[in-house]
Design a protein around this ligand. Structure first.
Ligand code: FE2
Length: 257
């Protein structure tokens, strides 16, 4: 989610108005087969190139179970663990709604999956991106706390007219961040973990810049959502970024120039 420029916030609805039934029974055998294909090739592609809490989350949440996950079954494991739960939505939600959801430990998941003919091209995030990319890290206590905090910061920043500042923090950590772990460069962000093309590119390409993550640098660094990233921010460790973001207040962001 949050794969596009800031949308208008001029709407009278609350986040619950965007929630729809997942209608798991409506997924076809072909839909489930596409999930299985995406899951198998992405797990093989990632190997150990992704941070350990992500791999732990895949196991804890039993995401290797065949077929598109049933959100009720997933929530029955996730919610007792970290207080996060998933809800189904029909597509991208406005940023203020998205941040409001995160602030209440609710993660929106598209109620659709890409077609086999579009395995590597997505106009907007589908349930494979949302579930495979994002949910494993939400089974990690500290990261789960951090994403909730990002949601609350986002709400405050939007209210102050600067939602883009928190969108950039989210982008450069939760969505497209890299992180060091045991001296190795690893994938942290969901947009990379769930991408067949950009996962290796982000780690191995000589054509991109990689700079150390910090909140001020993230806030100052605009991003593109329509191409592979030309710049990745690299956390010294998942823990250090969690700590830095959790220690950030909305007033701190507005003071960054
Ligand atoms: Fe995402």
């Amino acid at each position: 989610m949050l794969h596009r420029a800031l949308a208008t916030t001029d709407h009278p609805r609350g986040w619950r108005d965007y929630v729809v039934p997942q209608c798991w029974d409506a997924f076809t055998p072909e839909n489930h087969a596409v999930w299985d294909l995406l899951f198998a090739r992405q797990v093989e592609l990632l190997g150990s190139r992704v941070v350990t809490p992500f791999l732990d989350g895949i196991d804890l949440l039993r995401l290797s179970h065949p077929g598109v996950p049933d959100l009720d079954e997933l929530n029955a494991i996730l919610e007792p663990r970290t207080g996060w739960r998933t809800v189904a939505v029909t597509g991208l939600v406005p940023d203020d709604i998205f941040f409001a959801m995160l602030g209440e430990r609710v993660f929106p998941v598209g109620n659709f999956i890409r077609a086999r003919e579009q395995l590597d091209y997505l106009e907007e995030p589908d349930c494979f991106h949302d579930l495979f990319g994002h949910i494993p890290m939400l089974a990690d206590d500290d990261f789960a706390k951090m994403v909730e905090h990002v949601g609350r910061l986002g709400g405050a920043a939007i209210a102050a007219g600067h939602g883009e500042l928190v969108a950039r923090i989210y982008w450069h950590s939760v969505e497209f961040g890299l992180a060091r772990e045991g001296g190795e460069l690893k994938i942290l962000g969901a947009g990379l973990a769930s991408s067949f093309g950009e996962a290796h590119f982000s780690l191995e390409s000589d054509a991109v810049e990689r700079l150390p993550f910090s909140v001020p640098r993230a806030v100052r660094t605009a991003y593109r959502n329509d191409v592979f990233q030309p710049l990745y921010l690299v956390s010294d460790s998942v823990e250090s970024t969690v700590e830095e973001i959790l220690g950030t207040r909305a007033d701190d962001l507005l003071a960054i120039e």
